[in-house]
Design a protein around this ligand. Sequence first.
Ligand SMILES: [Zn+2]
Length: 285
Amino acid sequence: MQTWKVGDITITRIVEYEGPMPGGGEGSMVEAAYPDAVKQIDWLRPHWATDDGMIIAAIHALLIETPSTRIVVDTCVGNGKIRPGTFFDNLQTPFLDHMKDVGWHPDSVDIVLCTHLHVDHVGWNTMKVGDEWVPTFPNARYLMGEREYEHWEAEGDAAQAQIMADSVAPIFDAGLAVLVPMDYQVTDGVRLVPTPGHTPGHVSVEIISKGETAVITGDLTHHPCQLAHPEWSSGFDTDQKQADATRAAFFRQYAGSPTLIMGTHWATPTAGHIIHDGNAYRLKA
Ligand SMILES: [Zn+2]
């Protein structure tokens, strides 16, 4: 179990999945991350790439504990969700048990925060009880970007409609959903930062306490290989051009800074500092 301290704030990682993923090819997580290209980036091994050039990625939630508030950032894929023909179909993992093991009973969560409304960020918003999807965290307010919600309500395909039906609509039905602007101050020391492109309402999460700072990226980047090649787009981006600009600006802003960067799909060790490396960057864990 990984934990980090940022001033008075503790961040704990709960992993749902971690392992090699196929990279390279249109529609893949990082479209240019073919094995031969990945093998050229030697600092990716052993944490973020295999010896034969497969990229290693993760799906995890980050639990933020401030002195006053417990926040779950992104709720992974969830159990028993029907996602036909995908890796995400009908997962059964001990995710909730792992949360309880670190003292986070679902009842104790104050806020659930979705950086965006994709399948691997909203799943544990709900769990199945009998035939119904009910909020997993019954005492939480669930924060979702207003822009993000409106986009997927209007433009989602059938697969996204299914995600909204089983992982978002029940939150509204229970009266727990709160639509927020993209620069929303969540609580003392935790605020949203607009990072659109991956999705129209995508946000990252900035954490500041006692002069220390961290940022949870969300999916503005999927894999550390994009530090070596900021121009490497994700096949999951709604607007690749905007996502490329957002990612480039983010890397530029934080390169050489003491801010701890926590990648929402970055495999163990998950967090590090962005440093300059020639014309691009690398991640120093
Ligand atoms: Zn994702």
